[in-house]
Design a protein around this ligand. Structure first.
Ligand SMILES: Nc1nc2c(ncn2[C@@H]2O[C@H](COP(=O)(O)OP(=O)(O)OP(=O)(O)O)[C@@H](O)[C@H]2O)c(=O)[nH]1
Ligand SMILES: [Mg+2]
Length: 1093
């Protein structure tokens, strides 16, 4: 960038009222990057001839090759209109669902957004998703209806048809906005209701619920998109033109002599013009007239396209002269009509002016941030604004003021970290030979240390020293993508880095001096660090520009935070600032693969590379499984591919081998089926005894374990002292869903109970959390009704796996009561305390059992384990006698020792202490400590309890929306059914020959699906896959024919396809578990009957 314009930018950054931070959001391929190109070209950064072809913001090679955006990136543009000059910080985001986390990181730093909609495809699933994200983040949208040229060239609509079509799109998107708005108003109203119920002082008005009242009071006129409000623009980014109706209102008010204000209200809508009377009348349709929008706007554009496409030179010349334009000789002679259209239209209706003028007029500046948004950003979890410390609440004023004075606290939010090649940093740009001279001090020191270490290592193993400088050259540097919300960010300024879990309350607890304590020698506070802002950058798409300071309200890049920030963080000059609420991610990481280096010696590089990848991507997860495998979890196939490419080429720079995708399953149980595999009612047929035997074998339960008719398993610990009776029941589907939805709440409940158990009552339950807990309990009670579930909710002891999963442990034991809602019953008897101490082992056993089920060691889902009985009486007896003996010993050794009583009171703690001291105690026998025995026994009991019930696998399901034309519909269905997909809905898109198909598809069958659909339909249909839910696979993986009919139908070996079994065996094979497979015993010669005759 020319220095001059950098100075200009720095100057513009200071005028907060004229800054617009905006992002471009849309469904995939609706033209965001092309539109951004057009806007950039108006600033002269790229040539207008290249706009739309260069895709400047897609700076990655794979983005250019595949033609889709994968990372959101920012650029600052200068825009002048009239006397005003604006700075527009523009972020282009990806539209593919796999990268929706990049949208979340973009909307957080913006105040407004441009929603782009393809005029042909209309509102698509991702359009809905991004609109919702904008709403959740409280940022204001404007609408761009793009690709209008397709209506002319491809669909060959008449202007009138195009108008109806556009009206339709606008209605659809406004209907969506309406739903979002209504639900928000209702939510707020419900909140107010509960508040007034909780607070008895507030007025007690109407008792009758009238849900509509809130809606009537609220003004929603600003909310909707409508051309007359000036928040809709019609464009063709590829042809470089666009207009809002204001442009034409201005022109026609001069031409026809009707006031501009009148035209603004009537250019869009059912109005027509009576040219003779120069009057605008209502009701075009009734009178068979053309609406103004068609007559005065669309027809002109249509006739221009018509002239150019038909190469009618005279007509073109006429139009050009009547518009007063000047077309270059080169363009005028060009044989490609697109070039001519672009040359004419980009002068006549310049797209950048239409869009940027709308952005500056209709979208808010950083100064207009609303109190509602500030409060929302400041309140994490179930906190309310009022519950924050007063110093924290005081920061709200700083947010609202967005001031740059010295006293203003500096508040910055980092929404993601992105990697750039260290060479690309402005300070490293000068010639690479003397790169050392330009390295920042830290990097220089790091290099020296590196040289030193490398030297040592070389002595040990390497004969061929690698060129160290090259290694350093290739280093990735992380830049934080951030926004200043208050104060001036200065290079070198020291600042607190607050992690997402930081709490100002916790700070106050640990630091006696409070928020006024000197920052340099603070005691360690969790999730907080103190560091300097090393480097500040202006983000210019592919380039970065060095800055000394950044005033409030701007988007910026910050270097040198990689050791302090993993993915996102809040930076503040005061420790009283709370961390911002976490970003709201729409995509669930579901696709996982195991990766390993091709050469085992390169493992350290892989580990390092994966760490870097984790930091550079907001959504990826990396884990090391129990098996030692390094696993990468991504949002979808395209995301996976990008992560692998990044790992190979940027972060690890080694060859890696990648496993087949690891497909997650869940295990569950169901009610016994009523019909068999040939749809005959079970019980009516004769069983085939021999085959039946096989089924029995499957469920064989070892001796010593009792099973009763309802599947109650009674099992004793190896030392025969404790007995457990456990039963498993399938949970109703709705309950599983409620558990899944409330996993965060369950986790916080768990934390509360454990802190209560530990006796430190530090966490105060906030009223709102308490309300949520009761609401959650109420919902469970509502769905767990009937005799079988009586009182179950009150007796819930734990959730699993990991204490927050979708399975329940219920405690029906009478000796010991403990429930998640109230904590352990306060029975102070000796037995009760013993039960309580050992209770943790039972819960641990349950956690282990739910973490990996018996079918293929996958987690369980939707199972309720009921601990019917828990008998410790034998153990009691033995324990008591041993204890008495020990007590005596102790009394003898310690002169004048205490009474036995005391020992017995704190019995278990004393036991444990002695265990560690002497290595033997009544709790330990030749089978190991009793707690361990209980864990193992409980786990076994749960597993057997499952195995006596009909077990099923659950598959992860995607929903997919496919848009396809009528002629390829059949092929889409064929691919779907081949991959076990199920069509839920098929709809025709109004006014087009497009069909929208909504289907569900197992994740297991989804690999290569998008490609296959694209190939089979010659690229006409492209599906979007989003994880939706878990679904039970109806077939029984252990099924073998048991009735005569089944035997006849499937044959003795029943070796035809059993999908569930196939999945189960594949998982077992991958995990190295025993797989029972049928081997061909007697291969029969196959003959064709007709030939044989
Ligand atoms: N006919 C027509 N094609 C357009 C227009 N704008 C963009 N396109 C084409 O649409 C395709 C997608 O454009 P992009 O700008 O890459 O779309 P995007 O929204 O950035 O896509 P993602 O970033 O992958 O979500 C490209 O082939 C463009 O040439 C337009 O106004 N008219
Ligand atoms: Mg793009």
């Amino acid at each position: 960038m020319v220095l001059n314009s950098l100075d200009k930018m720095i100057h513009l950054q200071k005028n907060t009222a004229n800054i617009r931070n905006i992002c471009v959001l849309a469904h995939v391929d609706h033209g965001k990057t092309t539109l951004t190109d057009c806007l950039i070209s108006s600033s002269g950064i790229i040539s207008s001839r290249l706009a739309g072809k260069l895709r400047y913001m897609d700076s990655r090679e794979d983005e250019q090759i595949r033609g889709i955006t994968m990372k959101s990136s920012a650029i600052s543009l200068h825009y002048a209109t009239g006397n005003e000059e604006y700075l527009i910080n523009l972020i282009d985001s990806p539209g593919h669902v796999d990268f929706s986390s990049e949208v979340s990181t973009a909307v957080r730093v913006c105040d407004g957004c441009i929603i782009v909609v393809d005029a042909v495809e209309g509102v698509c699933p991702q359009t809905q998703a991004v609109l919702r994200q904008a709403w959740l983040e409280n940022i204001r949208p404007v609408l761009v209806i793009n690709k209008i040229d397709r209506l002319i060239v491809e669909l060959k609509f008449t202007p009138q048809e195009a108008y109806s079509h556009l009206k339709n799109i606008l209605e659809q998107i406004n209907a969506l906005t309406g739903t979002l708005f209504t639900s928000k108003v209702l939510e707020e109203r419900a909140e107010r209701e509960t508040e007034s119920q909780v607070n008895p002082h507030s007025e007690q008005g109407e008792q009758v619920y009238d849900w509509s009242t809130g809606l009537e009071d609220t003004d929603d006129s600003q909310l909707y998109f409508s051309p007359e409000q000036g928040n809709v623009v019609f464009t063709s980014a590829i042809d470089g033109w666009g207009f809002g109706i204001e442009h034409f209102a201005r022109i026609y008010s001069q031409k026809i002599g009707i006031k501009k204000e009148v035209l603004m209200k009537t250019l869009w809508g059912d109005y027509y013009i009576n040219m003779k009377a120069k009057k605008i009348m209502k009701g075009d349709q009734a009178k068979g007239k053309k609406p103004l929008f068609v007559q005065l706007i669309l027809e002109n554009i249509w006739s221009l396209y018509d002239a150019v496409l038909k190469k009618d030179k005279d007509k073109i010349d006429k139009i050009v002269t009547s518009l007063g334009l000047k077309i270059g000789a080169r363009e005028a002679r060009h044989s490609d009509p697109k070039v001519q259209i672009n040359a004419i239209c980009s002068q006549w209706l310049p797209i950048s002016h239409a869009v940027l003028a709308m952005v500056c007029q209709k979208l808010p500046s950083p100064l207009d941030i609303t109190a509602e948004r500030v409060e929302r950003l400041m309140c994490t979890g179930s906190q309310t604004f009022d519950s924050l410390p007063p110093e924290t609440q005081a920061l709200k004023a700083a947010f609202m003021k967005c001031g740059s004075e010295e006293t203003a606290p500096v508040i910055i939010f980092v929404s993601k970290m992105f990697a750039v090649d260290a060479k690309a940093l402005p300070q490293n740009k000068p010639s690479s030979t003397d790169a050392l001279a330009f390295l920042p001090l830290e990097a220089f020191l790091a290099l020296i240390i590196f040289l030193f270490l490398a030297d040592e290592e070389q002595q040990v193993e390497s004969m061929t020293p690698k060129p160290v400088l090259q290694e350093e050259d290739n280093q990735e540097s992380f830049i934080a993508f951030a926004r200043v919300f208050s104060g001036v960010a200065r290079r070198g300024k020291k600042i607190f880095v607050l992690g997402p879990k930081y709490s100002p309350l916790e700070f106050l607890r640990r630091v006696p001096l409070g928020f006024s304590a000197p920052p340099d020698d603070l005691p360690p506070v969790p999730h907080m660090a103190y560091c300097a802002l090393e480097n500040l950058y202006l983000l210019m798409g592919r380039e970065l520009e060095y800055l000394e300071e950044v005033p409030p309200g701007n988007v910026l890049g910050i270097g040198g935070l990689q050791d302090f920030v993993l993915k996102s963080a809040t930076l503040c000059s005061l420790p009283s600032c709370p961390p911002f609420i976490p970003l709201n991610f729409e995509a669930t990481p579901i696709v996982r693969v195991a990766v390993e280096p091709k050469h085992p010696s390169e493992m350290p590089q892989l580990v390092k590379g994966m760490k870097l990848l984790n930091q550079a991507d907001p959504c990826v997860q990396i884990l090391i499984q129990e098996t030692g495998e390094h696993v990468l979890v991504t949002a979808g196939e395209v995301h996976l591919q990008r992560c692998l490419d990044d790992l190979k080429e940027r972060f690890a720079k080694i060859h890696i081998s990648v496993s087949e995708p690891i497909i997650p399953f869940r295990e569950t149980i169901t009610k016994p089926p009523k019909v068999d595999m040939v749809n005959e009612e079970i019980g009516k047929q004769q069983k085939v005894a021999v085959i039946h035997q096989m089924k029995e074998d499957q469920n064989k339960i070892p001796e010593g374990i009792q099973v009763d008719s309802v599947g109650l398993i009674t099992i004793t610990t190896p030392n025969k002292l404790a007995t457990l009776s456990v039963r498993a029941m399938p949970l109703p589907e709705e309950v599983t869903q409620i558990l899944e939805e409330n996993s965060d709440l369950i986790r916080s409940m768990e934390q509360l109970t454990s802190s209560l158990n530990e006796g430190e009552n530090t966490q105060v339950i906030h009223q709102k959390t308490q309300e949520k807990i009761w609401e959650f309990k109420g919902k469970l009670e509502q769905h767990l009704t009937g005799r079988r579930w009586r009182n179950i909710v009150d007796q819930i002891w734990s959730f699993g796996p990991r204490k927050c999963g979708p399975n329940i442990l219920v405690n029906k034991s009478e000796d010991f009561q403990n429930s998640i809602w109230t904590g352990p019953a306060a029975k102070a008897s000796k037995e009760a305390s013993r039960y309580r101490d050992l209770g943790n082992s039972i819960v641990s056993g349950f956690q282990l059992a739910t973490l990996s089920g018996p079918m293929c060691e996958e987690p369980l889902m939707g199972v309720c384990f009921i601990l019917e009985k828990w008998d410790l009486s034998k153990f009691e007896e033995q324990g008591a006698s041993d204890l008495a003996k020990e007590g005596q010993e102790e009394n003898e050794t310690c002169s004048g020792g205490n009474e036995n009583q005391e020992l017995q009171d704190g019995c278990s703690e004393a036991f444990e202490k002695r265990t560690s001291q002497k290595g033997e105690s009544p709790l330990t026998d030749c089978y190991g400590p009793i707690s361990g025995q209980l864990i193992a026994t409980m786990k076994e009991a749960c597993r057997y309890a499952l195995q006596v019930k009909p077990q099923r696998l659950m598959a992860a399901m995607y929903t997919c929306d496919i848009m396809a034309t009528g002629d390829v519909l059949g092929r889409v269905y064929a691919v779907l059914s081949k991959r076990e997909g199920r069509v839920l809905q098929e709809e025709m898109k109004e006014g087009t020959d497009m069909f929208i198909i909504k289907a569900v598809l197992p994740v297991a069958e989804s690999f290569g699906f998008a490609d296959e659909i694209r190939k089979r339909t010659s690229g006409l249909a492209s599906p979007q896959l989003v994880f939706s839910h878990w679904e039970i696979i109806p077939s029984d993986p252990f099924w073998v024919p048991t009735t005569e009919e089944e035997y006849l139908h499937f044959g003795e070996k029943a070796d035809s396809e059993n999908q569930a079994r196939k999945y189960m065996n594949a998982v077992r094979k991958r995990k190295g578990l025993y797989v029972e497979e049928k081997i061909v015993e007697h291969a029969e010669k196959q003959r064709t009957l007709s030939k044989n005759k």
